[in-house]
Design a protein around this ligand. Structure first.
Ligand code: PLP
Length: 348
């Protein structure tokens, strides 16, 4: 444990001691790139965020294939030509978690443009710069804070718009998109909010800086469509499928900013944020100002699935040790970041 300047105490982060890099495992300390790498200057990366949950049968990666497929899709959009396959990336992620012995963690695969030190190229044209693919993992708690899952968060509508579809495609999970997310997030934090909601270039509700958004309106659940410049969220897809199972109608539709203020309930979804209720927008109370009943029902089903207690609508959990019996006790990992490094990673 260590203290921050503001007096709060944050736990150290546990991280996987290895990083998978271009087909082999290397030590955390050896997973480095040249400062003149293309990605540092021009933002040329695509990445994923995947959670691995603790279950009675040990660690299980949540919707692994869907995440890795989205990574490959993002790479394709950005004309990143490579030989990494879906199966190879899935196997690598599972092996990384297995080696780390962590019972739960957040997995970060990334493909990016580096520097060929024998034939350096420094222009915007990315083609001469070799690609690298890495996967790292660390234990990440609740993204918007421990209390947020129950009590909800206070958010604002950002003065920044989401990316326009024909400038930076929101469909690709590209590192550069997150400069827009950072503007949204920083503005929200500086103004005392936990998160910001961006509108699209037409003024329709899009998404949070790192989350999709759901409205509860009467008996129905509404969510912005892909045409509102959102990331096609995998948690969003989970919620749509869970609602179907619970008999709740879900409608994908364009939504005005004002619809946020009069919603019965609002919640964010995302791999990091999971299912987080929103209790106010721009200081306007949403519903009763706490977690709503429909949100609680959906959240409960979601968390029951992630920990393996409720059957998923599909093949959503990839067990890291498939032969592990249900009664086995979780094991603890020992690898811990030094204080300063832990703080900088945790601040993301
Ligand atoms: C901008 C943005 N929208 C939505 C999401 C939610 O996507 P997912 O549920 O696949 O994590 C994320 C998180 O990855 C995100 O960064």
């Amino acid at each position: 444990m260590f203290s921050k300047d503001d007096g709060t105490v944050k736990p150290k982060l546990r991280i996987a001691p290895d990083v998978w890099r271009n087909g082999e495992f290397v030590a955390w300390d050896d997973a480095r790139v040249h400062v003149m790498s293309h990605v540092l200057h021009y933002g040329s990366s695509v990445f994923e965020g995947i959670r691995c949950y603790a279950t009675a049968r040990g660690a299980a990666v949540f919707r692994l294939r869907e995440h890795m497929q989205r990574l490959l899709n993002s790479a394709k959009i950005y004309r990143m030509e490579h030989d990494w396959t879906l199966d190879q990336l899935c196997d690598a992620a599972v092996e990384l978690v297995r080696r780390s012995e962590m019972e739960q963690c957040y997995i970060r695969p990334i493909i990016f443009r580096t520097l060929d030190e024998d034939r350096p190229a420094f222009g915007v044209n990315p083609f001469p710069n070799p690609l690298m693919c890495c996967i790292g993992a660390w234990d990440w708690g609740k993204y918007l804070g421990d209390a947020a899952i129950e009590s909800g968060v206070d958010v604002c509508v950002s003065s920044w718009n989401r990316l326009t579809p024909n400038s930076m495609p929101a469909m690709a999970k590209a590192g550069a998109n997150y400069m827009n997310s950072q503007l949204i997030k920083m503005e929200a934090i500086r103004n005392g909010f936990a998160e910001g909601i961006a509108l699209d270039d037409r003024g329709f509700v899009s998404e949070g800086s790192g989350e999709n958004l759901f409205f509860v309106q009467g008996e129905r659940v509404l969510t912005p469509p892909l045409s509102s410049s959102i990331l096609p969220g995998i948690t969003r897809d989970c919620i749509i499928q869970i609602c179907r199972e619970l008999g709740i109608e879900v409608v994908e539709t364009g939504l005005q900013r004002a619809a946020l203020y009069v919603a019965d309930e609002l919640f964010f979804t995302g791999t990091a944020a999971e299912v987080t209720p929103i209790r106010s927008v721009d200081h306007i109370k949403i519903g009763t100002g706490g977690r709503g009943a429909v949100t609680a029902r959906i959240q409960e089903a979601f968390f029951a699935i992630t920990c393996g207690k409720r059957p998923a609508p599909g093949d959503w959990l990839t067990h890291v040790n498939p032969d592990q019996a249900a009664s086995d006790m979780p094991r603890e990992s020992s690898h811990v970041l030094p204080d300063e490094a832990a703080e900088s990673v945790g601040a993301a």
